[in-house]
Design a protein around this ligand. Structure first.
Ligand code: FES
Length: 107
C-alpha cells in the first residue's frame, strides 16, 4: 500500500507509505510538485490537497497550523496541508488530490 496523489487528472503513486513522513515528503520522493513555497514549515499554506473520504481516517487530525490556514468548510471537505498530514501507520492506502496546478515550484 502507498500514498497515491492525483494532480491534473493523472495519478502518481509514491509506492511507499511511512508513518513518520508527511505527505509533502511522500510527494517530494517522486518529485511531484505540490505548490509548497515554505519548504514544509507550515507557513505558506500552498501545499493544499484533498484527501479522499476513505483516506481521511488514515491520517492525523488537522494540526493547529491547518486550523489557522484552512477554513472550517475546507477542513470539512477533507482539505489538508501536505506538510502537516501524516499517515497514522506504515503501509496504508492513502489517496489525495493536489490542489495546485502550476508548473513552477520553489520550495
Ligand atoms: S509547505 Fe508551506 S504550508 Fe505546507
Amino acid at each position: 500500500m502507498s500514498v497515491v496523489f492525483v494532480r491534473g487528472g493523472a495519478e502518481f503513486d509514491s509506492e511507499i507509505c511511512l508513518r513518520g513522513l508527511n505527505l509533502l515528503a511522500h510527494a517530494q520522493m517522486i518529485e511531484l510538485p505540490t505548490g509548497s513555497r515554505c519548504g514544509g514549515h507550515g507557513k505558506c499554506g500552498a501545499d493544499r490537497l484533498i484527501l479522499d473520504p476513505d483516506s481521511q481516517k488514515y491520517v492525523n487530525p488537522p494540526s493547529p497550523i491547518e486550523v489557522h490556514q484552512l477554513s472550517p468548510d475546507e477542513l470539512a471537505r477533507g482539505m489538508r496541508l501536505a506538510c502537516q498530514t501524516f499517515p497514522s501507520a506504515d503501509g496504508l492506502r492513502i489517496r489525495a488530490t493536489i490542489e495546485w496546478t502550476g508548473e513552477q515550484q520553489s520550495g
